[in-house]
Design a protein around this ligand. Structure first.
Ligand code: A2P
Length: 385
């Protein structure tokens, strides 16, 4: 009898050890939003939509508990676990409760929304990312895994349209104000108007106005690191899987804007990266869409910029190319055609409507490093599969 009791006690102890061991099987410290003080503070100030993925048993519930403890003002939108056989992800009802809670979170202007609805389909992710985009939230897709797994082992990796640093709303507003001031000052500058106007087409009866001319303004501001085109751009797979991207995903960064520039096509802000930020800059010399030789001739990360506005018919990708063009002229020692001090700093013109002001006081912008997951392509992928 005593032996039986001892055995029972030993078994209970072993079971207890197993249970507590399995709890520590989830290692969340590699997520910067759990371990990095600056990121925790920044996430509290930002507007972020966390989409949690993971197989059953990967620790999503424990993740949610830890998340709510770190971010008590966030809203967690989760579904009760349902038997696998009953799940039909194309059935909207299954998600109705989660969706209600998300809508509530948006209505209450919660700045952190965590969604764990155990979705697997591209269509569902597509829907969630679309909601986040429409409401100006940064999206972070995070995968919960046990200690011995890598995210790629459990679920298919989702490659975004592009990776980059996404400006917090407050920083974006500040940058927009800076861009507006810059354009207003230039519009009033006679030397600028005389040089710039012959380089653009202006069909309006109204007097030329830069604000009117640069009508296309991005709704969210970001600094692209790697354009992936949903996995179709060369080198994007290895970039997405790289340790540096995995370690820095959803991490806070402060970027330094050192100059503003305008050309007949684009308005942009030049970003100068520090050595840690440069680690996230893709190393390959050529990729889709014009990473041309100009980039290779300049120091790594020279192209880093924030697109602030584009002329009609011009795509945002042009901003980086316009910046490289100006930097190349500077590097070659080209003498500016015009140069003058203005309120913001030294303004130089390199001809053909290319103007840049080096800011006397660089602007620091707060960002989160993440991916952009727009609606269209994910739906298309699903339909094609
Ligand atoms: P950026 O503004 O930093 O130049 P689109 O509006 O054409 O769909 O592109 C979305 C974003 O992706 C753009 O803002 C642009 O970023 C970036 N982008 C688009 N095409 C490329 C490309 N070929 N190479 C690098 N970045 C690109």
């Amino acid at each position: 009898m005593r032996i039986a009791i001892r055995r029972l006690v030993r078994n209970l102890v072993t079971m207890g050890q197993k249970a507590s061991k399995s709890k520590s099987n989830y290692d969340y410290d590699h997520f910067p939003f759990f371990s990095d003080t600056d990121t925790i503070q920044t996430v509290k100030e930002a507007h972020t939509f966390f989409i949690l993925r993971g197989l059953p048993g990967s620790g999503k519930s424990t993740f949610c508990t830890k998340f709510l403890a770190t971010y008590p003002s966030s809203i967690a939108c989760t579904v009760e676990t349902a038997p696998v056989a009953e799940r039909d992800e194309s059935d909207g009802d299954w998600f109705a409760k989660v969706d209600e809670k998300i809508q509530q979170g948006l209505k209450d202007v919660k700045n952190i929304i965590l969604v764990d609805d155990k979705h697997r389909s591209a269509q569902r992710l597509d829907y969630l990312a679309g909601l986040a985009k429409d409401n100006d939230y940064v999206v972070a897709v995070v995968t919960s895994v046990t200690k011995w797994e890598k995210p790629a082992d459990s679920l298919e990796r989702i490659i975004p349209y592009y990776f980059g640093w996404f400006l917090l709303r407050k920083s974006a507003q500040e940058m927009r104000r800076n861009a507006e001031d810059f354009l207003n000052l230039l519009t009033c500058n006679e030397v600028f108007s005389e040089e710039f106007k012959p380089n653009v087409e202006w069909h309006s009866e109204e007097e030329f106005n830069l604000q009117e001319y640069f009508q296309k303004k991005p709704s969210t501001l970001h600094c692209t690191t790697k354009f992936c085109n949903f996995g179709e751009a060369p080198g994007c797979e290895s970039y997405a899987c790289s340790e540096v991207v995995e370690q820095n995903y959803a991490k806070a960064f402060t970027l330094e804007v050192t100059a503003l520039f305008v050309t007949p096509r684009t308005v942009g802000a030049r970003v100068v990266l520090d050595k840690n930020q440069k680690l996230l800059w893709p190393r390959e010399e050529a990729s889709e869409g014009g990473r041309d030789s100009a980039e290779a001739e300049l120091p790594l990360g020279s192209r880093s910029h924030i697109t602030l506005a584009c002329a009609p018919g011009i795509k945002a990708v042009q901003t980086g190319l316009d910046l490289l063009d100006i930097l190349k002229l500077e590097k070659e020692g080209e003498k500016p055609e015009h140069q003058m001090e203005m309120e913001k700093g030294l303004l130089s013109c390199y001809g053909l409507g290319r103007w840049i002001v080096e800011l006397t006081k660089p602007v620091e912008v707060k960002t989160l490093f993440s991916g952009f997951y727009p609606r269209k392509k994910l739906t298309t992928d699903l339909e094609n599969n």
